[in-house]
Design a protein around this ligand. Structure first.
Ligand SMILES: Nc1ncnc2c1ncn2[C@@H]1O[C@H](COP(=O)(O)OP(=O)(O)OP(=O)(O)O)[C@@H](O)[C@H]1O
Ligand SMILES: [Mg+2]
Length: 267
């Protein structure tokens, strides 16, 4: 086999593999099965969205992928290696922004930066602050920021170490519709620029269809995969296009099976 053909084959290898993952918690002496035999894989550079109702196990699955919780059945493999602990190669943006209140935006963004050279560190922090649109707020403290700005700072902090995988847990869940739409567009732009592989949890179906190349829909109690689909709509995506609404409808119907939507459904 020629070198090029070999490289092409390698590229098709799944980058992240979730292999028979099971997880339970014990609550009031009762076993609560949260994840039940989850299996999927994704390619490098993809955006994968995990969609599901509150309590279905989305954050639990993301924590397992991050390595923050390795107490589960089955295996999670990223780039050929099993995930057993957190790593700097995986950046995380949590459900709440979790900035340090006593540090400024630039100090928060630079906090976990592994680069040692002072000048290089300063440059990198500035680059990522600008990338997320926070130029001018370098010296601001979290309490001086809006929710959307805090989330931007959280994204910059996760990106500054150039992670191979960015994990996002409902990063825009607490934001108003306008800020949310603006940040979704920016996240897509940043992802395309940096080529980062992203796994994002959301309960917002439209957000998933707007952002994702690949969607996993989780069922509740226990969390099982209801539906897996690939979204190959062109980018930038038009939320009002017929094709967009059809994908949205397909997912919507998984949750509300008794409420079939009419063919010409639109919002
Ligand atoms: N540390 C824990 N101990 C016991 N039970 C837990 C723990 N963490 C989560 N659970 C339970 O596991 C289930 C899934 O929780 P998880 O946080 O993964 O849901 P989620 O899909 O992220 O929900 P949401 O959309 O509300 O954030 C819930 O029933 C929750 O009560
Ligand atoms: Mg959650």
């Amino acid at each position: 086999m020629g070198k090029n053909a070999e490289t092409a084959l390698l590229k098709q290898e799944p980058y992240l593999v979730i292999d028979h993952v099971n997880k339970y918690f014990v609550q009031k002496k009762q076993r609560l099965n949260v994840l039940d035999d989850i299996n999927f894989s994704m390619a490098k550079g993809e955006i994968l969205c995990i969609v599901g109702a509150s309590g279905c196990g989305k954050s639990t699955l993301l924590r397992a992928i991050s390595g923050l919780d390795s107490n589960h059945g089955g295996q999670i493999i990223i780039d050929g290696k099993e995930v057993v602990a957190p790593s700097k190669t995986r950046g995380i943006v949590f459900q709440e922004h979790r900035l340090f209140p006593w540090l400024t935006v630039e100090q928060n963004v630079g906090y976990a930066l592994t680069v040692i050279d002072k000048e290089e560190k300063k440059q990198l922090v500035q680059t990522y602050i600008e990338l997320v649109g926070l130029k001018g707020f370098e010296k601001a403290y979290p309490k001086e920021l809006s929710g959307g700005m805090s989330q931007r700072a959280g994204i910059a902090r996760a990106l500054v170490n150039k992670p191979e995988v960015l994990l996002l847990d409902e990063p825009f869940g607490a934001l108003d519709a306008f800020t949310k739409i603006a940040l979704q567009k920016e996240l897509k732009r940043i992802q395309r620029k940096a080529g980062t592989t992203m796994v994002m949890v959301t309960h917002d179906i439209e957000e998933a269809v707007f952002l994702a190349d690949h969607i996993i829909v989780l069922d509740s109690k226990p969390g099982r995969i209801k539906l897996e689909l690939h979204v190959d709509l062109p980018v930038p995506r038009n939320r009002n296009s017929y094709e967009f609404l059809q994908v949205k409808k397909r997912i919507y119907e998984e949750f509300f099976q008794d409420e079939k939507l009419p063919e010409d459904y639109s919002i």
